[in-house]
Structure formats: C-alpha cells, structure tokens
Design a protein around this ligand. Structure first.
Ligand SMILES: [Zn+2]
Length: 177
C-alpha cells in the first residue's frame, strides 16, 4: 500500500513552475481541489516536465482526432495565475509519472508517484493524481513549454537563449561570451 494517496478531483487549479537560478532551477507541479485550496506541491525533474508536456500534447492531438465532436479546449492562460503559489512545501520528489485518459468522464489524469529511495519498498511510494479537464491540460501543456524555456536568459546581442555554461553568439561570429 502507498503510504498515502491523494486524488485531486475535481481539480480547481493545476500548474508547473521553476524556482532558482538558470541551470539550477527546481521544478514543481502544483494543484489543488475546487473545494479545498490547500496546494499539493511535488518536486519534478526538468526532463519529467519535458516528457509530461510532450505526452499532454500527443494525448490532446489524439483525442481531437478520435473525438472531433468534443469541443477544442481554449488554450489561453494568464501567466500571473500560473506562477507557483506559496507555501511551496513539496510533499515528495517525483519518481514515476504517468498520463491517462478516463473516457467515461472525459478527464485526463496525471499520476505522480514518489521516488523510491534505495532499500525502500516501492509498494509504499505515495501517489498523487491530478484529474484535469482537456482545457486544463491544454493550458498546462502550453505553460509548461514557457516554463521550460524561461530559465535561460536571452543574449543581449542576438536575442537567443544562453546556456549557463556560455553561449556561441552568431552576432559575434561564434565567440563565447
Ligand atoms: Zn548571442
């Protein structure tokens, strides 16, 4: 048995965000119920966010093909409302993550399981499920891409994102600055 299980359904809000200096950012997924504003926050890796964003895009595309009768969800989000809300008090660090679709309720579920420490019983890993509408999923996928890109400062010379270890600027003939 998981040491605890949380089902956020119906979900009032879901978002992801990153805190910290470029290259050293810590990523989070956060949501709360419609009826209980206590945020549930989990630490995730950037790579997990990247694959989650990709998975959500693929799932929404697939659903649009399979069920063209379902309305296309609106994608606009307000960046201010998508920033992480305090308290940033993560329940755990994510291990396995999954994405599923509940056709009966037309809901997309993001499953996050606690990372299993060496020697710990994987059966006891805590689980959180975020039950999202397609519109919430669309917004989250679009916002996720912004969060992933946002960490890198833009080069004042060429306007392209700079890596923390340096940047080969086309405006400076590839010199590092
Ligand atoms: Zn540059």
């Amino acid at each position: 048995m998981p040491r605890f299980k949380i089902d956020l359904n119906p979900l009032g809000h879901i978002t992801v965000d990153a805190i910290g200096q470029p290259g050293k950012r810590v990523f989070y997924i956060q949501g709360w119920r419609e009826t209980d504003l206590q945020p549930v926050t989990i630490i995730i890796e950037k790579i997990q966010l990247q694959s989650l964003a990709l998975g959500m895009d693929q799932m929404l595309d697939e659903l649009a093909k399979q069920k063209p009768e379902l309305a296309v969800p609106a994608a606009e989000y307000e960046a201010d409302k998508m920033r992480i809300s305090p308290p940033v008090d993560p329940l755990f660090r994510a291990g396995e993550m999954g994405l599923g679709y509940d056709a009966d309720h037309d809901m997309i579920v993001i499953l996050v399981r606690e990372v299993v420490m060496e020697g710990a019983d994987p059966e006891q890993a805590a689980e959180v499920r975020f039950w999202c509408t397609r519109a919430q999923t669309r917004r989250l996928a679009d916002w996720s891409r912004e969060v992933i890109q946002r960490g890198r400062p833009l080069c004042p010379q060429c306007g392209q994102p700079m890596e923390p270890e340096g940047h080969f600027c086309p405006k400076k003939n590839g010199h590092k600055h």
